[in-house]
Design a protein around this ligand. Structure first.
Ligand code: PRP
Length: 216
């Protein structure tokens, strides 16, 4: 496929399960079972193409600095990372969900400044600033849905898929901040230097995405 080495950073976990079939269809197949391995880097059926499997929030960092040429990660993490230093040429249309604000279904009286709990601090700051709303930002790393009922926050910003987590915690989705899915990102210098092989992979992945959607 290429004589130049190419490293692609994939997001581990649920996204990986949906990413690998698309890569397989694009003729990039890991030599061993990624899901059952503790290794972080994998050989593929192409001698010079390797796959890294890391946390989604680290994919933009590896791609921005060129340690990985390409990556797959969620649009939420790309927005949160907030870099102009890589391209985002392809929406894989997998792992779709929404980034939303949510509040208690039965709302508590709001303190003078809305307290918003989230792990997406950059996105949240920008979203409320663009609407001229001053907020108090509360950074949490998980279990955000508990924050309102325990009096820590008036509102949260989080990923909503089925809405079950919100409902189970007495919360309601309010405003849509962004539709989320997994995207392919590409290091700018890599795209210049390794243009042919990257364009070839993108074209094959694009076909795989279309084929998957037309089967549904
Ligand atoms: C996400 C998100 C919510 C949940 C929403 O968490 O943070 O907790 O999914 O899904 P639902 O609308 O279908 O209930 P995830 O399980 O991805 O783990 P995380 O806490 O690490 O983000």
């Amino acid at each position: 496929m290429t004589s130049q080495n190419l490293i692609i950073a994939l997001t581990k976990g649920r996204i990986l399960e949906e990413t690998l079939p698309l890569f397989r269809q694009a003729d990039i197949v890991p030599k061993e079972d990624i899901s059952n391995s503790r290794k972080l880097i994998f050989e593929t059926n192409h001698e010079n193409v390797k796959l890294m499997v890391i946390r989604g929030s680290d994919v933009p960092t590896y791609v921005e600095f060129g340690s990985a040429d390409m990556g797959v990660t969620g649009k939420d993490l790309i927005l949160e990372y907030g870099s102009e230093e890589f391209y985002e040429p392809l929406d894989l249309k997998i792992a779709t969900c929404r980034l939303m604000t949510a509040e208690p279904a039965v709302s508590n009286p709001v303190s003078d400044r809305l307290r918003v709990a989230t792990k997406f601090t950059n996105i949240t700051k920008k979203y409320f600033a663009e609407r001229g709303k001053q907020i108090e930002l509360i950074k949490l790393n998980g279990a955000l849905e508990l924050a309102p009922s325990l009096g820590l926050a008036d509102s949260i910003v989080d990923i909503v898929d089925t809405g079950k987590t919100l409902k189970a915690n007495g919360l309601e989705a309010k405003e849509l901040i962004a539709n989320i899915s997994s995207r392919v990102i590409v290091n700018k210098a890599s795209l210049k230097i390794k243009n042919a092989v990257i364009q070839d992979i993108l074209a094959k992945l694009r076909e795989a995405v279309e084929a998957r959607l037309s089967r549904r």
